[in-house]
Ligand binder design. Structure first.
Ligand code: FAD
Ligand code: SF4
Length: 328
């Protein structure tokens, strides 16, 4: 049985207290929300904070406010179950609830939060193993070793961005608010992710994710499709999110297509957008955009399923999200 290492557990009751604690303990500290990613990583000795600071009792992080007309703010500690069941999210941002419903299992969604999901560690078959397994291969670049077993000549880690909500938030242009002892900043979701499996977030370790701001809908619609082995639960090994603005006569005014699960960061498919914008959302354009998703997907062999098949599946999944959106 894998056991957690010893650590100090702190439960601040305000944002000010939370950022003060992490500023005091420095790099030895780490925030935890539901713990469904952090605790398994600690058991496998991949992340080793000496002080773990819970963000679950911070009132600002537990609210959902606004609506589809003005935009919505979702606190980082709102659980995935609450997102799946929230009447406002289901009415105005049904695609967010639908994507959240595909994440892990009902029990894990009761604990797991939107904030933890957006800050999820990258994944790889050579990394998501227990300590003894990793020791058996002399570890790897991402943790404790000096070789990447996926691309041995590479100086870079190719562990995969594996969150279902990340491609959705990047596609819709969500904004994320962070707080630290130095103040607050708001970043576009697209600017948060780094194409490096080790240094995967453009965020300081002491920055607390406060909330996620979903844009006003104003005629935009979105959809997400995910490839995984088991329908009941499994991480995405390919995800396709699309965000389209279509005029009443069926012309695409604007579009954003984003792939998840194929690289250390989400991948925007600008070529698909170029095919769609200013054109009718017809079969020919949708197939051309799906083809662009296929071309842009360049997964490596470090998750479930053969990489060539994952790449090929970008075509039907790309088509499926667009067909869904074409039906309104
Ligand atoms: C069996 C299993 C299946 C899973 N399947 C899926 C899946 O299909 N799709 C998917 O997307 N995920 C999946 N997950 C991963 C995980 O359950 C979810 O992503 C969940 O939303 C993570 O949220 P959490 O609150 O538990 O994160 P935590 O484990 O608490 O935290 C994750 C990371 O975020 C940081 N963090 C959390 N909150 C904050 C904050 N407010 N400010 C700063 N840093 C913060 C933590 O320090 C940590 O680095 C699965 C996990 C398991 C164990
Ligand atoms: S991609 Fe390479 S360095 Fe990164 S986790 Fe996998 S084996 Fe390790």
């Amino acid at each position: 049985m894998m056991r957690l290492p010893k650590f100090e557990y702190r439960v601040p009751r305000s944002m000010a207290e939370a950022v003060e604690i992490i500023a005091g303990v420095g790099p030895e500290g780490q925030f935890v929300a539901g713990g469904t990613d952090l605790y398994p990583n600690m058991k496998r000795r991949q992340q080793t904070p000496k002080t773990v600071i819970s963000v679950m009792r911070l009132p600002e992080l537990n609210q959902i406010t606004g609506d589809g007309k003005s935009g919505v703010r979702i606190g980082a500690s709102v659980t995935l179950t609450d997102i799946c069941e929230h009447p406002l999210i289901n009415r105005d941002y049904q695609f967010v609830a639908a994507a959240a419903r595909t994440i892990s299992t009902p029990i894990l969604r009761n604990m797991g939060t939107i904030g933890g999901n957006l800050l999820l560690d990258t994944r790889c078959n050579y990394y998501n193993q227990n300590y003894e397994w990793r020791k058996g291969i002399n570890f790897c670049l991402k943790k404790d070793g000096d070789v990447c077993w996926v691309a041995p000549g590479s100086a870079k880690c190719w562990a995969v961005q594996s969150s279902d909500l990340v491609p959705v938030m990047v596609a819709i242009g969500a904004k994320l608010r962070f707080a630290s002892s130095l103040g607050e900043r708001v970043v576009e979701a697209a600017g948060l992710y780094n194409d490096d499996g080790i240094d995967y977030l453009r965020k300081q370790p002491d920055e607390l994710l406060v909330d996620i701001q979903l844009p006003a809908l104003n005629g935009w619609r979105a959809s997400y499709q995910k490839l995984r082995r088991r329908g009941a639960f499994d991480f995405p090994v390919l995800g396709v999110a699309a965000w389209l603005n279509v005029s009443e006569d069926g012309t695409v005014n604007d579009a954003k297509l984003v792939l998840g699960g194929v690289a250390p960061a989400p991948v925007e498919v600008k070529e698909a957008q170029a095919v769609l914008i200013g054109q009718p959302l017809d079969e020919e354009r949708m197939r051309a955009a799906a083809e662009a998703c296929y071309v842009k997907a360049r997964p490596l062999d470090n998750t479930d399923f053969v990489m060539n098949w994952r790449k090929q599946m970008a075509r039907p999944l790309g088509l499926k999200v667009l067909e869904e959106l074409s039906r309104g």
